[in-house]
Design a protein around this ligand. Sequence first.
Ligand SMILES: [Mn+2]
Length: 290
Amino acid sequence: MEISLIGAASDLGVSVDGSSKAPELLLDLFENESSELISPAEPYFKSRDAGDKHKNEEPLNRLNADLYARTLSLKERGIFTIIIGGDHSCAIPSALSSAERFGNIGVIWIDAHTDFNTFRTTETGNIHGLPLACIAGYECGELRSFHRGNTVDPRNVCVIGARSIDSGEKENLKDAGVRVFTTEDLRKKDIRNIMDEAFSLSLDGTCAVHVSFDLDVIDPSDAPGVSVPEHDGITKEEALLINSIVAERIADICSYDLVEYNPLRDIESKTADVAQQLLRQIIPSAACRK
Ligand SMILES: [Mn+2]
């Protein structure tokens, strides 16, 4: 299958700067692949006002509308799209354009955070904490005005590796019925069994799965270059195992994101190296997909 890498050069979804610089750096490592870089339309002013609970909503929606149109058009031409963030808000157009193109899909969200806040529960107003709720149709309609079709049924959504969940967010997840496999679960149970369960759940009544990989699922000792690090995460090897299972199941995958690399916070290129290894598992596998 033909593949296209789309860089979402934006950190509008998070107060910490730097993840907007990631796509260009990562795309440079894959210069043989077809790729393009999409940036927020100028001019915009990045809000950092602590009281602003809708930070940068307008420029971020404009960017996401672009990403949606672009990825949808590629998918309609039979091209497999990989979005490289940027902060995690770029997963909204990535997943919803797959729902538009393919019909009912599931989502596997690999992340230290569950990203299931809404404008009602967000403590920071940073929109990168809301994308999974938006994709699952749980409030957040403001963030998907470019998408007319169905959202993803929360029963087909699961999170892998979560260890930092806000209290309001926890209520949202419970209310929506999203399955969360914590970092603790990954330690206690066999990772392969958890991934099998994640695939069964996300494929139950759906035709494919969107996978979104946030680098902060990995412990900061192995991947320090992220905007919101959370200690006590999985090792790089465990992350590569999870991702290799995704690569093995590529026939079930409709689209993929790799997000939240922040080069300004990286140490000795550790995070860039992991990001590159993760993409090197997915790209050849997607290229062989029929
Ligand atoms: Mn995260």
